[in-house]
Design a protein around this ligand. Structure first.
Ligand code: AP5
Ligand code: MG
Length: 196
């Protein structure tokens, strides 16, 4: 198996690049943001609970997202690997993910971290908010709250994987294709090294 975390602040291009990476490497895409939005659309109890946090730009409680990832890992037993997008986002989530993967005799191979300036993040998200229908894209204060939440609780998750020397930084500005090629270069290197 080959398991990858695509990491970065809101608007850094995780979703855009994930679509291209899963097509190329046949990985199962697990985006907690997408899973939560499906729960909201289906008006489930979990979705209603999550919406209160997402609308403010705050993180949803750990137990909610860890439960969703646990279910997704159990449901997808016959895959080449997982691409985690928007997860883990706290130290607790990172520890739980390691445990869940360990139980399945696998682990994270690499975390690829997209670096994008704050001005560019805000510009991208405001633009997307014109058409996306995402409640958390519609106003600049909420976008800024999401970025602040990233600095407060999420950025340090990279340190967890850096202890095992599993983090590679990627410039997340430029064309989608340029960034994709830079990600593929790193992935090909690690897959060769890890023999997967
Ligand atoms: P989530 O859905 O994960 O959103 P996010 O991390 O805030 O980031 P986005 O999805 O907005 O951005 P992205 O990095 O995927 O960029 P994208 O490719 O879309 O989370 C939403 C909420 O759910 C959270 O706030 C939280 O409440 C909750 N949540 C989710 N996971 C959680 C967890 N694990 N724990 C707790 N709570 C959780 O690109 C953005 C825009 O830029 C697009 O319009 C795109 O077209 C454009 N773009 C992409 N690449 C480029 C480029 N190279 N140049 C120019 N524009 C570009
Ligand atoms: Mg996304």
């Amino acid at each position: 198996m080959f398991n990858l975390i695509l990491f970065g602040p809101p608007g850094s291009g995780k979703g855009t690049q994930s679509e291209k990476l899963i097509a190329k490497y046949h990985l199962k895409h697990l985006s907690t943001g997408d899973l939560l939005r499906s729960e909201i659309a289906a008006k489930t109890a979990l979705g209603l609970e999550a919406k209160q946090f997402m609308d403010k730009g705050s993180l949803v409680p750990d137990h909610v997202v860890i439960g969703m990832i646990n279910d997704a890992l159990d449901k997808n037993t016959d895959v080449a690997g997982f691409l985690f997008d928007g997860f883990p986002r706290t130290a607790v989530q990172a520890e739980e993910l390691d445990k869940l993967l360990n139980e399945k005799n696998t682990c994270i191979d690499i975390m690829l971290a997209l670096e994008v300036s704050e001005d560019e993040l805000i510009k991208r998200l405001i633009k997307r908010g014109e058409t996306s229908g995402r409640s958390d894209d519609t106003n600049e204060q909420i976008i800024i709250a999401r970025i602040a939440e990233y600095h407060k609780k999420t950025a340090s998750v990279a340190d967890h994987y850096q202890k095992e020397k599993k983090v590679m930084m990627i410039k997340g500005e430029g064309s989608v294709e340029e960034i994709f090629n830079a990600l593929c270069e790193k992935i090909d290197f690690i897959r060769k090294q890890n023999n997967c």
